[in-house]
Write a protein that binds this ligand. Structure first.
Ligand code: NAP
Length: 436
């Protein structure tokens, strides 16, 4: 019998559990730990609430959790309730799948002014993450800016641009929907420090901006290289550029009151305002020979009382686990950190790729584990029994998958009309449902 602990119940954690369960069958017990009693990490707290089809992947994770060899151990924070070293004493292998939930900082003056928030905070707020329930983003002004040219920047801009009706069928939390209903924002400027060819936005996500009810994209044709340059692009990327070119060619739809302005070759220099963000000072850039942004010295201002930085994420540290400072992830070699200690997903690779990218990633690490400790072999570790005894001693109330089902049922029962659920957004509310 082998005992495995996976820390983090998002996609990377569940794909790894699925792979280990397939490799070991009844010869393993796999515990998926999470600091919250609600599973699925990025699926619940990161994927946009109006992208329900992406969230449906959690049904596959349900099957893994109900398969017999995998247990969900919620409400246990690794690092405070139990250390990584203690887990390694109990389990044959510990796999860190904690994602990259922290915002990278821009490092420019004014970044700490009220009104400036990271995309992890904003996304967490509209997705019901307990840490951001009280974020209260500044929605009173007419102008917002989103810094970054990736898909998360698009998510943030789209959520700001939609009207109430467009959230039908989504699971956006009630507090966010109410606040957005009262939003005064009419212009969202998305700033990229490089040009259209250098975006990290995918076609489906960009295409949605052509179908918004009350908002219209604004793109400058002059920002593009000659059309022939698109031929060298990878097909998916070329499609994204074609969509942007179409937006530029058609011009903004004058019947729509809100505008999403794509401001390319724009590098943020500083944020200014009287006690709160009022404007972003930006330098116009050009591409240098290596394709990096080079400042031209020409500066201008973009009005914005809400500024969302969306420039990538990093993995938080866990005591005793080596960390790769530059990569913002655990130091690892193909997923292996040390004997019996592995990382998967964004904690392994850094914050890139889609949900599906985590599947081969998790399977690959499971293969390494199966090679190091072949199915059928014995490890002699205490596993869940050892962990439960320690948690009980420390007064930590671990929760199980059935507990999650109770929380889920109460969220479904509380759903607003047209929404699949009304998420509970505070830790104490989750525990209240469980009678803790
Ligand atoms: P991302 O795709 O890596 O984009 C980060 C953006 O930030 C880039 O445009 C980058 O520009 C810019 N940036 C970085 N440092 C900057 C700085 N100092 N100043 C200005 N701009 C800066 O990251 P992401 O948007 O957070 O997305 C993370 C991953 O999740 C991606 O793989 C994404 O595709 C995925 N995702 C997918 C979906 C979906 O499929 N619907 C939704 C959300 C996220 P440079 O290129 O110039 O560095």
């Amino acid at each position: 019998m082998r005992h495995f602990a996976i820390v983090g119940s998002g996609p990377a954690g569940f794909y790894t559990a699925e792979a280990l369960a397939k490799a070991y069958g009844d010869n393993a017990r796999i515990d998926i730990l999470d600091r919250y009693p609600v599973p699925y990490g990025l699926i619940r707290f990161g994927v946009a609430p109006d992208h329900q089809s992406l969230k449906a992947v959690s049904k596959r994770y349900d099957q893994v959790a109900e398969g017999g060899t995998v247990e969900f151990v919620g409400n246990v924070a690794v690092g405070s309730d139990v250390s990584a070293d203690e887990l390694r004493d109990f389990y044959d292998a510990v796999i860190l799948a904690i994602g990259a939930p922290h915002d990278r900082k821009l490092g420019i003056p004014g970044e700490d002014l009220p009104g400036v928030i990271g995309s992890a905070e904003f996304v967490g707020w509209y997705n019901g993450h307990p840490d951001f329930a009280d974020l209260n983003p500044s929605l009173d002004g007419a102008h917002a800016a989103v810094i970054g040219n990736g898909n998360v920047a698009l998510d943030c801009a789209r959520i700001l641009a939609k009207n109430h009706h467009e959230f039908e069928g989504s699971d956006i939390v009630g507090h966010a929907l109410d606040a957005l209903d009262g939003s005064g924002i009419q212009t969202v400027t998305i700033l990229g420090r490089r040009g259209p060819h250098q975006i990290s936005m995918t076609p489906k996500e960009l295409g949605e901006f052509g179908h918004l009810e009350v908002a219209t994209p604004v793109v400058e044709g002059a920002d593009f290289p000659p059309a022939e340059a698109d031929e060298a692009l990878e097909p998916g990327h070329r499609k994204s550029i074609t969509i942007l070119r179409d937006f530029a060619a058609h011009g903004p739809d004058p019947s729509k009151p809100r505008r999403i302005v794509f401001d390319f070759f724009a590098r943020p220099l500083r944020i200014e305002g009287d006690g709160k963000a009022e404007r972003l000072i930006v330098e116009r850039t050009v591409l240098d020979d290596s394709g990096s942004a080079k400042g031209t010295g020409e500066a201008y201002e973009v009005p914005a009382s809400l500024i969302i930085t969306s420039i990538g994420y990093q993995t938080p540290r866990i005591d005793g686990v080596p960390y790769d400072e530059r990569g913002g992830k655990f130091a690892n070699d193909g997923g292996k950190i040390a004997d019996g200690l592995y990382a998967v997903g964004w904690a392994r690779r850094g914050p890139t790729g889609t949900i599906g990218t985590n599947r081969p990633d998790g399977y690959e690490v499971a293969e390494q584990i199966a090679a190091a400790m072949p199915p059928g072999s014995e490890g002699g570790k205490a596993g869940a029994k050892g962990l439960s005894a320690m948690l009980a001693e420390r007064g930590v109330n671990a929760t199980c998958f059935d507990d999650w089902r109770k929380i889920e049922a109460s969220e479904v029962a509380a759903a607003r009309p047209g929404s699949p659920r009304e998420k509970l957004v505070r830790h104490e509310d989750w525990l209240k449902v469980l009678g803790h």
